[in-house]
Ligand binder design. Structure first.
Ligand code: NAG
Ligand code: NAG
Ligand code: NAG
Ligand code: NAG
Length: 307
């Protein structure tokens, strides 16, 4: 009887799981391809940030082209590489100062550090601090910090010190702290900005706590851009925790514009924010970019389970 039940479970449960799994992988590839093609057709309307998303796709998925579904993944990587190049050319002409400051982010290899997926929760017995500091997110300071790290100007530490040493950073200030720590690992200034593994754990735990809160509030419109940024970064640092709820994946897929393939929303007005740029059809440049980065990490997660 036990044996029969055993086989019963194998034959009923496993095909379901596998089926779900395959559908999801193809769906993600499809969603990602459509978003990349949208950027490719509209590079005259994007910010440099757009290229960060496409660079993440190319760098992070390249190692997976030798495995199952490698052909599809290779097509995706080639497309991302091409779109990143297009964006880079376009931004160089239209936003030359900004390009000079941050173009290193679009160079091949910036995000090529592949962190295997693992569970990290409860690695340290600490309470997660959810208090938030009141300081708002300064784009200018953030750009300066990234520039310093990217070009190894390790004596110009002020902007990074201010940003990275805030233990109560929340939302975009927090996701950017994690971004600096990823960029710092490739930087000549690493010795200055090296975080202890406890600090890193604390930062990412806090980010995960925010993601869960966003999900509990049923993904408010104002949280979606941030949420996708969190998924992208959670993947870059290899935290399984961000990839356990299929509903999170389905939500991200569902926010894609059904025809254009972009991400955006027509009900909010984003003004005076360089980071965001309204494109045609109510598409948003930054939001489409973080969606692309998040989808690439969802795909990487699914592909790594297959290996
Ligand atoms: C995925 O599998 C679960 C059971 O594991 C099932 O309830 C659900 O309907 C499936 N979803 C899809 C999209 O096939
Ligand atoms: C950092 O060093 C560079 C080159 O050595 C120099 O040009 C620059 O002025 C220095 N910056 C600061 C803030 O000291
Ligand atoms: C976030 O962390 C706080 C403090 O540890 C906890 O009380 C809260 O339930 C967490 N939120 C979620 C959504 O898990
Ligand atoms: C924008 O967000 C609002 C509020 O969540 C929603 O009702 C609307 O359908 C969204 N529009 C688009 C184009 O996604």
């Amino acid at each position: 009887m036990i044996l029969i039940l055993h086989w019963y479970f194998i034959f009923t449960l496993i095909p379901l799981v596998l089926c779900n799994h395959t559908i999801t992988t193809n769906q993600i590839i499809n969603t990602l391809t459509r978003a990349l093609k949208f950027f490719s057709l509209h590079t005259d309307q994007v910010n440099l940030d757009a290229g960060i998303g496409t660079r993440i796709v190319a760098d992070q998925l390249r190692p997976y082209i030798i495995y199952k579904q490698g052909k599809l993944v290779k097509k995706l990587v080639d497309l991302s590489e091409y779109v990143t190049w297009q964006i880079s050319q376009s931004v160089r002409k239209r936003q030359s100062n900004y390009y000079k400051q941050l173009s290193f982010l679009l160079m091949p290899g910036t995000f090529s550090n592949i962190v295997p997926f693992q569970f990290h929760r409860n690695k340290y017995k600490i309470n997660i601090e959810t208090k938030c500091s009141s300081s708002i997110f300064f784009e200018k300071l953030s750009d300066q910090c990234l520039h310093t790290l990217g070009y190894g100007k390790c004596n110009e530490t002020e902007s990074c010190m201010i940003l990275m040493n805030d233990p109560y950073a929340c939302r975009y200030s927090l996701t950017h702290q994690i971004l600096y720590s990823i960029i710092a690992k490739k930087s000549l200034c690493y010795y200055q900005y090296r975080l202890s593994s406890l600090d890193e754990y604390q930062m990412i735990s806090r980010m995960f706590n925010e993601s869960q809160t966003i999900a509990r509030k049923n993904f408010l419109e104002i949280d979606r851009d941030l949420f996708m940024e969190q998924i992208a970064l959670g993947g870059l640092v290899g935290w399984n925790e961000f990839f356990q709820d299929i509903n999170w994946f389905n939500k991200i897929i569902s926010w894609q514009h059904p025809i254009e393939g972009c991400y955006g929303n027509d009900t909010i007005r984003i003004i005076n924010k360089r980071e965001e740029m309204q494109m045609l059809h109510h598409c948003l440049s930054h939001r489409t970019s973080v969606a692309i980065a998040a989808l690439s990490q969802i795909l990487r997660y699914l592909l790594s389970r297959d290996i």
